[in-house]
Design a protein around this ligand. Structure first.
Ligand SMILES: C[S@@+](CC[C@H](N)C(=O)[O-])C[C@H]1O[C@@H](n2cnc3c(N)ncnc32)[C@H](O)[C@@H]1O
Length: 304
């Protein structure tokens, strides 16, 4: 895993080549992309700096920082964890140790929820985010729904702390409450939108995951029990109790799980509103509604 010891005052271009080759040797999937991200962060430089002045030399301090980053990435620590930050939806979130590093896949859930709520965007909606993790989903939804309020629940103290930090950074702390607990167990109110990206990896598959995931994401955020669906069963059992009239539930699905999740939702008395694919063509988010009379029907009914 050792980087060839760099000559002091290595140029930016030479550093990029050296780190990319080190990462490639250690099995990193996109070595040059990651080497570039680490170099930019270590040197506090922009992409333009690197392109316009590739032969500028690194200071000893930047060189040391880059070597530390390169060593960690070669040991398969994700770039987002090394840098402690990740872009999600429109925000920059802090990525904390022992908390799931939010993934772009989860933006599919956010987009689906927002699309299905497009006529209620300015309503004072109440949202429940089960397994809030870093707060990624809550931060994205509250940034788009200006009158909404959210409760985020997580069993992990580290996740609750990270979600509180991100919610404060996103300027939505006045509209979000973070609670430590087991799914919706302790909640007695109903919500207009329940979202969740629960752990969904089958226990037996965790050992086969890439080191970036297996060694760095907490098992509490990954382990979905024998068939990967254990957390969905627990969450869905509570939905009839916690969904308000006309409410919506949107759940993220692991690869190949959407049909089973839809069946669990239907068995709980909900109606499937949409199953949406992510950019890779994988069915990634399942939305279901309470089977209420439509709001239009309610208005008709009241007018009689
Ligand atoms: C896959 S992560 C999702 C995190 C975040 N919502 C996201 O999308 O990035 C699942 C989260 O569920 C939490 N969790 C696992 N079991 C739980 C339980 N029984 N009750 C509440 N949260 C739980 C984990 O700690 C983890 O933060």
């Amino acid at each position: 895993m050792d980087a060839a010891s760099p000559a002091l005052g290595e140029t930016r271009a030479a550093a990029l080549d050296r780190v990319a080759s080190l990462l490639e040797k250690n099995g990193v999937e996109e070595p040059r992309r990651d080497a570039r991200a680490l170099l930019l962060a270590a040197g506090e430089m922009t992409a333009a700096d690197l392109l316009l002045e590739p032969h500028a030399r690194l200071s000893p301090c930047v060189q040391r920082r880059l070597d530390d980053f390169a060593r960690r990435r070669a040991a398969r620590e994700p770039v987002t964890r090394i840098l402690g930050a990740r872009g999600f939806w429109t925000q920059d979130l802090v990525v904390a140790p022992d908390v799931l590093d939010p993934r772009a896949d989860t933006e599919t859930l956010v987009a689906l929820a927002l699309d299905l709520l497009r006529e209620r965007r300015n309503d004072a909606l109440t949202i429940l985010d089960l397994g809030v993790g870093s707060g990624a989903i809550t931060c994205a939804l509250l940034s788009e729904l200006p009158q909404a309020r959210a409760v985020g629940v997580d069993l992990s103290g580290e996740a609750c702390a990270a979600a509180s930090v991100n919610i404060a950074r996103c300027g939505i702390a006045a509209r979000a409450t973070i609670l430590r607990g087991r799914w919706a167990q302790a909640l007695e109110t109903r919500f207009d939108l329940v979202v969740s990206n629960p752990p969904y990896v089958a226990s037996g598959e965790i050992a086969t995951l890439a080191p970036e995931v297996r060694l760095h994401d907490p098992s509490l955020a990954l382990d979905g029990g024998a068939d990967g669906l254990a957390c969905y069963r627990e969450i869905i059992a509570d939905l009839p109790r916690i969904l308000a009239p006309h409410a919506l539930a949107v759940l993220e699905a692991g690869a190949g799980q959407a049909a089973s999740i839809a069946a669990l939702l239907e068995a709980a008395g909900l109606e499937i509103a949409e199953i949406r694919e992510d950019f890779a063509g994988c069915e990634r988010a399942v939305a279901a509604r309470r089977r209420d009379r439509s709001r239009w029907e309610d208005r008709e009914f009241r007018a009689r």
